[in-house]
Design a protein around this ligand. Structure first.
Ligand code: PAF
Length: 282
């Protein structure tokens, strides 16, 4: 498995693969890899002969006062983990490589509508940073397929929309959320939890699952279900940002005879912002 930091080395490797008519799958990450990322790499391999994993802590998707400086940078450990997977190449650029004219002068991609609510409302500019860096990675790696995790549900919808709107010739694939045995969704930010908070954290998934069961049983009083879930989490000590039931396809408000639903939640627990979701097939 090669580790490449420069655009030029990347272009040379891609030229060789393209010459051999090999398809390329990209798994964009910010590093600090866990089993959820490894599952995405394995999924990517099912769709292409070559798998590139990008490791880049993207400054433009962090707001003021967020954890950009503290975000764990673990390149050596990530390399060791990826050696045991079907990844062919790690692309680990630095900030100047990704933003050659500087972060302040970066051409920015923005997907309106889908980014207005939820994490978009609580983290202004976050999704512009995500789409801006993902489009740059797409331009550099030229993948046929790109794989994102369902845990970041709104993010994968936003990226799908960008790809469709710009006619990018890239299939976007979503990999299922990988969980600890107690239900907590794997996330790099779980390492910020104290022992006590870690003990409480699975309740987020537990509450979403119980809302999911209510919806599967035919309950459609969405507002009340959201408010109850919010109240249960707040009472337990979560600082709830949102719990929302929306149409899975586009995050619009559902009606009673809706299509598939998604229950989205975000809550702060100590230093960790936890997000999770459950899709309920109707
Ligand atoms: O989900 C992430 O880790 C990041 O938002 C992504 C997609 C790698 C862009 O920096």
């Amino acid at each position: 498995m090669r580790v490449i930091h420069s655009k030029q080395d990347l272009a040379e490797q891609l030229a060789e693969w393209q010459h051999n008519e090999e398809h390329i799958a990209l798994v964009p990450t910010m590093g600090n890899l866990h089993a959820g990322h490894i599952a995405l790499v394995e999924l990517a391999r099912e769709h292409a002969e070559r798998v590139v994993v990008s490791l880049f802590v993207n400054p433009t998707q962090f707001g003021d006062g967020e954890d950009f400086d503290d975000y764990p940078r673990t390149l050596e450990r990530d390399k060791r983990r990826l050696k045991k997977t079907p990844a062919d190449l790690i692309f680990a650029p630095d900030v100047d490589t990704m933003y050659p004219f500087g972060v302040e002068n970066a051409t920015t991609i923005s997907v309106p509508g889908l980014t207005k609510d939820f994490c978009g409302a609580s983290r202004p500019g976050h999704f512009d940073g995500v789409t801006t860096v993902v489009l740059r990675l797409f331009a550099l790696v030229q993948p046929d397929v790109a794989v994102f995790g369902q845990k970041d549900y709104q993010q994968q919808l936003v990226i799908r929309r960008m790809a469709a709107d710009l006619n990018l010739p890239i299939s976007i694939i979503t990999g299922e959320t990988i969980r600890e045995d107690d239900g907590l969704a794997l996330s790099s930010r779980n390492s910020y939890l104290t022992d006590e908070q870690r003990h409480l954290a699975p309740m987020l998934h537990e509450v979403l699952s119980s809302v999911g069961s209510e919806l599967s049983n035919g309950r459609r009083n969405f507002k009340e279900l959201e408010a109850n879930a919010n109240q249960r989490l707040s009472a337990a000590g979560f600082d709830v940002d949102y719990v929302a039931i929306r149409r899975a396809e586009n995050l619009e408000f559902p009606d009673r005879d809706c299509d598939d639903l998604v229950i989205l939640a975000a809550a702060q627990l100590g230093a960790a912002r936890l997000i999770d979701n459950i899709v309920v097939a109707i």
